[in-house]
Design a protein around this ligand. Structure first.
Ligand SMILES: [Zn+2]
Length: 170
């Protein structure tokens, strides 16, 4: 993970991603700040401790990512097929590119962190207001999850999180 590599090289002093968010946002719980719509913090990014490193050095690390995986389909005459698989792979990059990629990822991460927090709050509110005959189903469509479901479809499921028990039981 980029955070761990940069931390082990001493470029990042923060102990966690949450700590970084509290440094680059006025308020990590605010939607405006998290979505880059706050004029006060939209341009803020993490300051790296570049004192003792050479940005032209190459670094190696391992990272999980979605990759195309080839396999023989036994049910289909061992036909060669491909699928997407979450796999750990060795990465090699210039330190400067790693710093840039991490900065870009933090930009996405601050939105993601806000969404997770917001969903949690909404979920808690939902549970509190349930009557005895209602169940909630919480589905987390991870933003990394490669799926054929369209965004529209995912949203329609999220809107219908509450399903009345009698309607799904015989
Ligand atoms: Zn702000």
């Amino acid at each position: 993970m980029k955070f761990k590599v940069l931390k082990s090289l001493g470029l990042i002093k923060s102990q966690s991603l949450d700590e970084i968010l509290s440094l680059i946002l006025c308020n990590p719980k605010s939607k405006e700040c998290s979505y880059g719509e706050c004029s006060n913090c939209e341009k803020k990014s993490l300051e790296f401790n570049l004192g003792e490193v050479n940005l032209e050095d190459t670094v190696n690390w391992k990272e999980w990512s979605m990759q195309t995986h080839e396999y023989n389909d036994k049910a289909n005459n061992n036909e060669r097929k491909t699928t997407k698989k979450n796999m750990k792979s060795e990465k090699t990059e210039l330190l400067i590119d790693l710093v840039e990629a991490f900065t870009q990822e933090m930009f996405e991460f601050k939105k993601h962190a806000y969404n997770i927090h917001h969903q949690y709050i909404e979920h808690q509110r939902c549970i509190k207001n349930l009557d005895d005959n209602t169940v909630t189903i919480h589905i987390d469509f991870s933003e990394n999850y490669a799926t054929k479901l369209s965004t529209e479809f995912k949203q329609s499921i999220l809107v219908h999180l509450e399903i009345k028990l009698p309607s799904i039981l015989p």
